[in-house]
Design a protein around this ligand. Structure first.
Ligand code: THU
Length: 133
């Protein structure tokens, strides 16, 4: 996706809304589902630090609320020299709705910096198939 694509712009808008009074570290996420719908989320911190939520969690909740469950592309956007790759917990959250076709795009506010598969970010993962009867 070009840096001016719809998902990229949604991630950027979400990032600008992040509630980060403690870390000052804004993260925005946008999801494109396999049916072509878009959802976004930002991180929301809390005075009780562990209760803060990652941007991925917000975007996934919006997706599920709308009845969608197949992530085609997910854009994770943050500032800084290091790549803002999804945290460990969010890798598992994405995994729940991912397939071999899913791509995780790690972005700065001006470009996609790197693109990963789910297997690259969370190899040999545990998922819904493990619980299939
Ligand atoms: N953060 C996310 O929103 N997503 C990630 O995958 C990495 C971390 C947030 C959580 C916290 O509000 C801030 O970034 C600093 O850790």
């Amino acid at each position: 996706m070009a840096a001016d694509g719809q998902a990229f712009e949604l991630a950027k808008a979400a990032m600008s809304k992040a509630y980060v009074p403690y870390s000052q570290f804004k993260v925005g996420v946008a999801i494109e589902t396999s049916s072509g719908r878009y959802y976004s989320g930002c991180n929301v911190e809390n005075a009780s630090y562990p209760e803060g939520t990652c941007a991925e969690a917000g975007a996934i909740a919006a997706m599920v609320l709308d009845g969608e469950s197949q992530i085609k592309n997910i854009y994770v956007m943050g500032n800084g020299a290091e790549l803002v790759t999804p945290c460990g917990g969010c890798r598992q959250r994405i995994r729940e709705f991912a397939s071999e076709q899913t791509r995780i795009h790690v972005c700065s506010s001006s470009q996609v910096r790197r693109t990963f598969t789910m297997e690259e970010l969370l190899p040999c993962s545990f998922g819904p198939e493990n619980l299939a009867k």
